[in-house]
Design a protein around this ligand. Structure first.
Ligand SMILES: NC(=O)c1ccc[n+]([C@@H]2O[C@H](COP(=O)([O-])OP(=O)(O)OC[C@H]3O[C@@H](n4cnc5c(N)ncnc54)[C@H](OP(=O)(O)O)[C@@H]3O)[C@@H](O)[C@H]2O)c1
Length: 292
């Protein structure tokens, strides 16, 4: 049997001991293939949702899991011009299937990376830091001294938000869940550049007023959790501010106080990196066709 996946034909034969699993053979290199050895690939919440079948993007089966990771080019076909053996590459898009030892991919599904960044940063570069950067820049025009608020601030995305915001001079108010080693997590986030780190419970306390004597009310809230956590963040957002939802870790719907719409005119938006990439690919095509 065979199936086409991201431009590579994958083949399998015989019966795997687990009937739900298949052994795949590596595709031929051909003229335009790129043989990549995977070096490291993370497990992201979206990968799990994909396996559960609850994600908005579901590959045809059989499929290889993993949407992110870094690999090293072993060999390239004679028509490949942008990559050479030894290069580090990451997926250009979701659904590449990075949880494998090696594979032959097509050139356009890979993006070359500089080799002077740590391996684990390279393996986790293409989803969370990009999401953090887009959310900080696409919804509100923020400058040095402005503030943002975010929940799940210790998540991969949250830590990227803290670091990018700090580099832009934007102050971050970071909300995390309480835990036995709270101080350790607070110290870690502060060392990354967080301005304030609070627990979900602290967010509901009247002392929040004191915090807003030191830092301006946020114009942007980044919601990874949903449920009560999002409602509480909305209470602290500035007039006409925006809350961007990009994750639903609590699996609870958003509850928005009517007053937030009437008296504050808040904006509720969503963000999905995969859609952003698709939209950008479309707009590039339009520019090319207008140019012609
Ligand atoms: N929309 C997009 O384009 C986009 C891009 C990247 C990521 N995401 C989404 O962003 C989310 C975080 O991804 P990540 O890779 O940064 O995850 P991660 O590093 O695994 O972190 C998960 C975070 O979720 C928190 N969490 C887990 N269960 C929770 C619950 N029931 N209530 C409140 N908080 C909870 C964890 O807090 P504790 O430490 O307290 O457990 C942690 O802060 C996921 O939903 C992912 O799908 C979306």
């Amino acid at each position: 049997m065979s199936a086409s996946h991201n431009g590579c034909t994958i083949l399998w034969e015989g019966q795997h001991p687990n009937p739900l699993l298949k052994d795949l053979e590596r595709a031929e290199l051909g003229h335009s293939g790129v043989h990549v050895k995977m070096l490291a690939a993370p497990i992201n919440p979206a990968d799990i949702n994909m396996i559960q079948g609850t994600y908005a993007l579901l590959p045809d089966l059989p499929a290889v899991g993993g949407n992110e990771g870094v690999g090293q080019v072993v060999e390239v076909g004679s028509h490949v011009t942008s990559l050479k053996p030894g290069d580090w590459v990451v997926p250009a898009d979701a659904e590449l299937g990075t949880w494998r030892t090696d594979a032959v991919f097509s050139e356009e599904t890979l993006v070359k990376l500089p080799r002077d960044i740590p391996l684990l940063c390279a393996a986790t570069l293409s989803v969370n830091p990009c999401t953090a950067y887009r959310m900080l820049t696409d919804f509100e025009t923020l400058g040095p001294g402005d503030s943002i608020i975010q929940n799940a601030a210790n998540s991969g995305v949250g830590q990227a938000v803290i670091q990018i915001a700090a580099a832009l001079g934007i102050k971050t108010i970071n909300v995390i869940r309480d835990r036995p080693n709270l101080q350790e997590v607070v110290d870690r986030l502060m060392s990354l550049g967080a301005e304030h780190v609070l627990t979900e419970e602290m967010l509901r306390k009247p002392e929040m007023k004191d915090l807003f004597k030191k830092v301006p009310k946020p114009r942007l809230a980044l919601n990874c959790v949903g449920g009560k956590s999002a409602t509480e963040m909305l209470r602290h957002i500035q007039q006409k501010g925006t809350m961007v939802t990009y994750g639903g870790m609590a699996k609870q719907p958003l509850t928005v106080p009517v007053s937030a719409f009437i008296f504050k005119d808040v904006k509720l938006r969503g963000f999905w990196m995969t859609q952003w990439k698709k939209d950008q690919a479309q707009s590039k095509l339009k520019v090319i066709s207008v140019g012609k």
